[in-house]
Design a protein around this ligand. Structure first.
Ligand SMILES: [Zn+2]
Length: 235
């Protein structure tokens, strides 16, 4: 897997909003600014073939209309969107607001999948239910690639789903929003505990507010590593 971090910040930080790009064509979340970020690293948004949405807060999907517009302008292929059952209407309505005259054409290009387990290329992907905010369905995704498992939490507090992901995954791209954890987000105080408990997993923190990265670096914990925008890994 070629993993590129498009964004490692929260909406309040100067870093890009949290998002990952896999193999130059699979997006995990499409926050504000994604389309321009892709262009900056010389990836055409029309190359995107699959989008996985962790949950429907604006800083995780508001750039979808721009990715879809690029897709219909430069490609004949459709785009697969994996999300919860509310996603189809939300994406349709957002796209209609952005481009009322093009929404029906755009709508023909995207296909929805709300399954708990699915395949993209050589990856088997498993959806894991997480706890974020009241009334918001939040899902993490585990990519299984032979014997290696790479997880992406999206936004979440500490919950059973996070523990399942930490137990199963070799690498976990994990929400660590603030210094102090709360119900909706993991904090540095929480992640110290789970990094210690699940030593076989390397935790890469994302969705960080200002000051969180520096705090994590100061702790010097071997399996706890804060991400930066544009980090790239081969796993
Ligand atoms: Zn959120």
């Amino acid at each position: 897997m070629k993993l590129k971090i498009l964004g490692s910040g929260s909406i309040f930080s100067k870093d890009n909003s949290a998002s990952c790009l896999i193999d130059n064509k699979i997006l995990i979340d499409v926050p504000n600014g994604t389309c321009k970020t892709l262009k900056r690293i010389e990836i055409e948004p029309s190359n995107i073939s699959n989008i996985l949405i962790t949950h429907f807060h604006g800083d995780h999907y508001f750039d979808i209309p721009f990715v879809l517009l690029n897709k219909i302008s430069n490609s004949n292929e459709s785009i697969n969107i994996y999300c919860d059952t509310s996603g189809k209407n939300k994406i349709y309505n957002l796209t209609k607001l952005a481009f009322p005259n093009k929404v029906d054409k755009i709508n023909q290009y995207f296909k929805y999948n709300t399954n708990g387990k699915f395949n993209i290329g050589n990856y088997t992907i498993k959806k894991v239910k997480l706890d974020h905010e009241e009334g918001i369905e939040a899902n993490g995704y585990i990519f299984i690639q032979k014997d290696t498992k790479i997880g992406f939490t999206g936004d979440t507090g500490i919950c059973q789903g996070v523990k399942i992901m930490a137990e199963e995954c070799n690498y976990l791209i994990c929400d660590c929003n603030s210094l102090k954890g709360k119900k909706s987000h993991i904090g540095v105080d929480d992640i110290i505990g789970i990094a210690k408990e699940y030593q076989n997993c390397t935790f890469y923190t994302t969705h960080m507010q200002t000051g969180v990265r520096e705090k994590i670096l100061s702790l010097n914990i071997k399996n706890l590593i804060p991400l930066y925008d544009y980090d790239e890994f081969l796993i």
